[in-house]
Design a protein around this ligand. Structure first.
Ligand code: AMP
Ligand code: MG
Length: 420
């Protein structure tokens, strides 16, 4: 069957995503997450800074706080050490001209001094009663030297983090630094995952004739979990209407998204698409992409259904390219484009134009030719080993007629697609 003979043209990925993104909306329910439970959650609204950070001028070094005007460019100057400003224990008095105070990193700079000299840069009396600053060191000291100013990192009243951010450890640290102990986050998206196929068998048991071990769920469960969704594993569903129909109907009542693999092509056992159409609706089911032409997008009641193809490589690619942006939107996350690098092709590839295609690729750096993408030895969509070998994908646009070595190609690292 050719790409067009059923009358309906294949949708490009861009067209399919535009249609699909319009039909899904972000979850609205908001929960409170403690900082310990906030990693990976989606921040529900802009968060304002309530404190300046740092809160007070403080020292960036272990050293001595002094008045710049006291040191000399022509002779060594000795300054008595009249006290100390340790982190957590500020020096409580102004420091007069002609004196210094020992200060540690993070210690508040006392009133008076306008610079901190590193302890390695001065001579310190054995009993620490004085320090001596040499002229060659004094020439290098500037006003504000080694002092971190109040508010130089964060200003109170400014936006600390934007709503829609998927919180990472450093984001949570910034929040903690503001003294904020809990965050408003969007309720987790509930996603059900099922594999379909009579030939599929759980790992750990003996294979019957014609059977294969099931692997797609491992891809989908892991990728969905990494997005921060709550995942339900529906297991393996046989290619039987009496099994598929009630299972899909039931899952749709308690999840926002139902992801299936297999059974959406044109074979006699490909029942998934028709059953979803019977229970709800299918908006489209064929995309101009490779691997993974059959992707059935629809819904059962309020549950979005995405029927992915059966071949393992197609599953991963269609999840990353099509399902992932939809899930992110439903999660309330700000849209993110995959990271994309224009690099040189270290391969030749012939193809028919018309579909967007992804090749399993690895990036390497050649000292003479710069960053180069190489591709796996086979392009079979059943070759799971290609995904293990690869650290990303080369994306070929719809109109690409082939690649010669040295041509520029787009390389998309897995890390920019949420697969670390
Ligand atoms: P289908 O789209 O159901 O015709 O499946 C296409 C190919 O992918 C067939 O060779 C299936 O055996 C294989 N396949 C389907 N589902 C899985 C799965 N969950 N794990 C591994 N292979 C699968
Ligand atoms: Mg099948």
């Amino acid at each position: 069957m050719s790409d067009c003979d059923s009358g309906d043209r294949l949708l490009t990925l861009g067209e399919a995503l535009a249609v699909a993104l319009k039909t899904v909306s972000p979850l609205r329910e908001i929960e409170t997450a403690s900082l310990a439970a906030a990693d990976g959650r989606v921040l529900a609204a802009d968060l304002m800074a309530r404190l300046d950070s740092p809160l007070h001028d403080n020292s960036a070094m272990d050293g001595f706080a002094l008045h710049l005007a006291d040191v000399s460019l022509s002779q060594p100057v000795r300054l008595p050490v009249i006290g100390q400003a340790l982190a957590g224990h500020p020096y409580p008095h102004p420091v007069p001209h002609g004196a210094t105070v020992r200060i540690t990193t993070g210690g508040w700079t006392p009133v008076g001094p306008d610079a901190v000299i590193m302890q390695e840069q001065c001579r310190i009396a054995p009993d620490e009663r004085w320090i001596e600053v040499a002229p060659n060191v004094a020439t290098k000291l500037k006003s504000g030297e080694n002092i971190r100013r109040r508010g130089e990192d964060v200003h109170a009243g400014t936006v600390l983090l934007r709503g829609g951010l998927r919180l990472r450890p450093q984001d949570i640290a910034l929040v903690a630094g503001q003294g904020i102990a809990a965050l408003p986050v969007i309720r987790r998206l509930r996603v059900a995952v099922a594999s379909t196929g009579d030939e599929l068998c759980e790992p750990g048991v003996d294979l019957a004739s014609g059977a294969i071990y099931e692997s797609n769920r491992q891809i989908l469960l892991g990728l969905v979990q990494r997005l921060g969704c709550v995942v339900t594993d529906l297991g393996i569903l046989r290619d039987e209407r009496a099994i598929l129909l009630p299972a899909l109907r039931e899952a749709a009542t308690s999840h926002e998204v139902l992801l299936t693999s297999g059974g959406v092509s044109v074979g006699t056992a490909d029942l998934v698409k028709d059953i979803i159409a019977e229970l709800g609706a299918i908006d489209f089911w064929r995309l101009a992409i490779k691997p993974g032409k059959p992707v059935a997008f629809g819904r059962i009641e309020n549950c979005l259904t995405i029927g992915l193809p059966g071949n393992p490589v197609s599953v991963m690619v269609t999840f990353l390219m099509f399902a992932r942006p939809l899930l992110l939107k439903m999660m309330g996350a700000a849209p993110v484009e995959p990271t994309r690098w224009r690099v040189g092709a270290d391969f030749a590839f012939r193809r028919k134009p018309g579909r967007r295609e992804w090749l399993r690729a690895r990036l390497r750096f050649d000292p003479d030719r710069g960053p180069l993408a190489e591709v796996y030895r086979t392009h079979s969509s059943g070759a799971l080993s290609s995904l293990v070998w690869a650290d990303g994908l080369v994306e070929l646009p719809e109109d690409c007629v082939g690649i010669a070595p040295g041509n520029p190609v787009d390389y998309l690292p897995f890390s920019g697609l949420g697969v670390a």
